[in-house]
Design a protein around this ligand. Structure first.
Ligand SMILES: Nc1ncnc2c1ncn2[C@@H]1O[C@H](COP(=O)(O)OP(=O)(O)OP(=O)(O)O)[C@@H](O)[C@H]1O
Length: 764
């Protein structure tokens, strides 16, 4: 068949499918209208359609059954309505681009080749027999991602199916028109990827279902194991694989798993919004998204104002002259190790027999129960009972005491005064209550006395509310002192003193938050989240072993997918061994590991430059661009002028140009220096999104995100000179898709000394 007539035939099929989709949309819209009316109708007539009669037990049971039946009918209609709405969303997407791939598959033992078209969701003919389009997550679609032409096998619930793939094709269809069509081999074609990756960056991440690579597909579809670890170089598609994996799991386990049972921990709010459109674009609901910081804040409640990790980061990146700097870094490292957790466990086990610290219980400004008494109560309880259970028992004991106190207090003088201060509304309510009582019981003693009795009880009850809730929430345990004592026991004296000083300054140090919550959980009982079935941790190299262990503990029923790049770890607590520490928390058979070495984001020239910074093994994708430019200036003023000119030039070709500074302080001062000359936007830790434009952004906030052009600001010896900043510099450079410029004053950073001259061009 000539290429032209083949193209025409394919376009005709696309037209046919789109017509069918439109028809289905109409039918569905009509159905949706009817279901909606039905639901409104059921709601309106709910009480008319049930027979309500509570005269005797039989009638009541019948009433109950009738209400239940009616409620079930309504929720069934509502479910069907939701299902149809989702279906409509899928159809809407198919109308624009019904599919992106095709394989012609001859199943062993069959004589007819099946043409399997693959798109973002399935579309079946009216009889429900023929698949016009298969969902990319359907078992048969796996052939498309895992094989080229030749033999292929896919798994189904009833066993493996093998056969021969005769043809493998890819399409780019936009607004119903085939724009590109290729025959392709095992890797999903270079042409297609060139087309996708060569485009301009987006302020929102795109789905990659049309071009998922074989090694990414393994990660997306793996449903074995409890822990899946992905170590992948910058731009290798870890985040993409994670998001498509969420979509896959929602499809594969659609009867038992919903989006709100999945949580993604992401590095910062900007990243959160950057990835938030991928799942809706695939017709799925978004999973829960949070940052570890927000999660800690939520867990700490109002008890503390938590230092944010970026505050810590600013200190680490800009205060190396501080005399306590080394000590501070050492403390952070110590508190993030599993060794610290073990030491804590050891200390906590000693508390079984002695050493917990309590607070006096105060009522009306006076000590009601002394802490020593609470201590005695606690340690008198059988020590075979766990600490959380013993604390509960003490709490109940104290509540009993408070109830007794309540009765005694009613007779006290202070109550008279408080009764007088009660507002009229309450007086009226109590009066009415007494009137009602008197109707039922004529024998009742005097109305006035009864009213007084109730009012006094009410006043005392109100006064005791606070102390009762404090006791129920175990505030009589002095957690902070326990935690301080524990640090004193475990840490060397100098680190201990510094830690105490930091806590006393008012902000709760970030490095203490997880250990503190761990101790609290161990003593008071963990409030675990058993609803969550999958936890995803992106940029996982930035989590400490302690934090991993904590997350595992908090989500006991969840499987974990952990994605990171050891070469991008930028926090003081990060360790190369973080992943192996995490692995050590699982049995060998529970862990699945993958490595991604091919980078898709940046041009070959950018990767060749960046990989020399860390001497890593990265395969660039075959996409060409300009060599990075290194701009030398004699003064800072000149560097700023160079940046302004270059950015103006870049902006003519690119949508988003990011000027990446080392710290937030530097970003701000650059912004102030250049905003009169350039239309720039300053990104801060509070930024949740951006439009295609010129941005100034601190290094650590650019994590996980990408830009058309990156300008590395001030890569001078004076700014980047510590070995610990090597990975940061690498991370910054790998944010660039098409163009990279590095600016410095006088002498470039020694961290660039391994980068060979052939990989860049110099400018003065
Ligand atoms: N199979 C693919 N098809 C098309 N684009 C892809 C594919 N894999 C990755 N990409 C693109 O490569 C870029 C990098 O992907 P992603 O952000 O997922 O990588 P990452 O490994 O999380 O990166 P980093 O660790 O550097 O933040 C994105 O633009 C993504 O769309």
């Amino acid at each position: 068949m000539s290429r032209n007539s083949e193209w025409q035939e394919e376009q005709q099929r696309v037209n046919f499918i789109i017509e069918e989709v439109k028809k289905r949309e109409l039918t569905l819209q009509e159905k949706l209208g009817t279901t909606k009316e039905e639901v409104v109708d059921i709601r309106k007539n709910f009480w008319e359609d049930v027979t309500v009669n509570f005269e005797n037990a039989d009638e009541a049971a019948e009433t109950h059954a009738s209400i239940k039946q009616q409620a079930e009918l309504m929720s069934e209609r509502e479910r069907s309505h939701q299902h149809d709405l989702k279906q409509l969303k899928h159809l809407h997407k198919l109308k624009d681009s019904p599919y992106f791939g095709r394989i012609d598959f001859l199943e062993n033992g069959e004589s007819e080749i099946e043409k399997v078209y693959i798109g973002t969701s399935s579309f079946v003919d009216n009889d429900g027999v023929d698949f016009y389009v298969y969902d990319w997550r359907a078992p048969i679609s796996n052939l498309y991602y895992d094989y080229g032409p030749g033999p292929g096998t896919y798994e189904t619930p009833s066993g493996a199916i093998s056969g021969e793939i005769e043809v493998k094709k890819q399409y780019i269809i936009r607004q119903g028109t085939i724009e590109h069509m290729f025959n392709t081999g095992i890797t999903i074609g270079d042409e297609m990827l060139q087309e996708v990756l060569g485009g301009q960056s987006d302020t929102q991440m795109k789905n990659i279902v049309g071009t998922i690579q074989k090694e990414q597909n393994q990660i997306i579809r793996n449903d074995r194991g409890r822990l899946l670890i992905v170590q992948g170089v910058a731009g290798s598609g870890k985040t993409s694989a994670a998001l498509q994996r969420v979509a896959y799991l929602l499809y594969r386990f659609r009867n038992t798993l919903s989006a709100d049972q999945i949580v993604l921990f992401s590095p910062n709010p900007l990243f959160n919004s950057y990835v938030s459109t991928v799942l809706p674009e695939l017709g799925e609901d978004n999973m829960q998204q949070t940052t570890f910081q927000s999660y800690l804040e939520y867990r700490l409640g109002d008890e503390w104002t938590l230092e944010d990790p970026f505050h810590q980061m600013e200190y680490i990146l800009s205060s190396s002259n501080d005399e306590l700097y080394e000590q501070q870094v050492e403390t952070i490292k110590m508190k993030s190790s599993l060794y610290y957790m073990e030491q804590m466990d050891h200390y906590l086990s000693k508390l079984e027999n002695e050493g917990l610290v309590f607070r006096d219980l105060i009522f009306q400004g006076e000590t009601f129960v002394e802490k020593e008494t609470i201590y005695e109560y606690f340690y008198e309880i059988d020590d075979s009972i766990s600490i959380p259970n013993r604390l509960q028992m003490v709490s109940e004991m104290l509540l009993k005491k408070i109830r007794k106190l309540e009765i005694e207090e009613r007779e006290k003088e202070w109550v008279d005064k408080e009764v007088e201060l009660l507002d009229n509304e309450i007086l009226l309510k109590v009066h009415q209550k007494v009137q009602n009582e008197m109707k039922k019981d004529s024998d009742h003693f005097y109305e006035y006395d009864r009213e007084q009795q109730l009012l006094r009880a009410l006043v005392v009850k109100r006064k005791c509310k606070k102390i009762k809730s404090a006791v129920s929430n175990l505030y009589f345990l002095d957690m902070l002192t326990v935690y301080k004592q524990l640090m004193q026991e475990i840490l060397p004296a100098n680190l201990y003193e510094q830690s105490i000083k930091k806590i006393n300054e008012g902000l709760f140090p970030y490095e203490d938050a997880t250990p503190y919550l761990y101790v609290k959980g161990k003593l008071e009982g963990f409030q675990v989240n058993a609803k969550i079935r999958h936890v995803f941790i992106d940029e996982a190299q930035d989590y400490s072993p302690f934090q991993f262990a904590f997350i595992k503990n908090m989500f006991p029923r969840a499987k974990m997918t952990v994605l990171g790049d050891k070469n991008q770890s930028i926090y003081a607590h990060s360790k190369e061994s973080s992943f192996s520490a995490l692995q050590s928390l699982y049995d060998d058979g529970e862990v699945e590991k993958y490595e991604l070495t091919q980078s898709y984001r940046s041009t070959r020239q950018i990767i060749n430059f960046a990989k020399k910074i860390i001497l890593a093994d990265i395969e660039p994708f075959n996409r060409e661009g300009e060599k990075p430019l290194l701009w030398k200036a004699q003064t800072k003023k000149q560097m700023n002028e160079n940046v302004i000119e270059r950015v103006k030039h870049l902006r003519r070709s690119f949508g988003t140009v990011a000027i990446i500074c080392k710290t937030a302080a530097e970003s701000k001062s650059l912004y102030e220096a250049i905003y009169h000359h350039l239309d720039v936007r300053l990104m801060t830790k509070h930024s949740t999104g951006y439009e295609s434009s010129i941005l100034i952004i601190p290094s650590y906030l650019a994590k996980g995100v990408e830009f058309d052009a990156v300008v590395v600001y001030d890569a001078s010896r004076s700014t980047y000179n510590k070995e610990s900043e090597r990975k940061l510099l690498y991370t910054i450079c790998t944010r660039a898709m098409h163009s990279l410029d590095v600016f410095y004053v006088e002498e470039k950073s020694p961290l660039l000394s391994n980068v060979s001259k052939e990989t860049f061009q110099e400018r003065m």
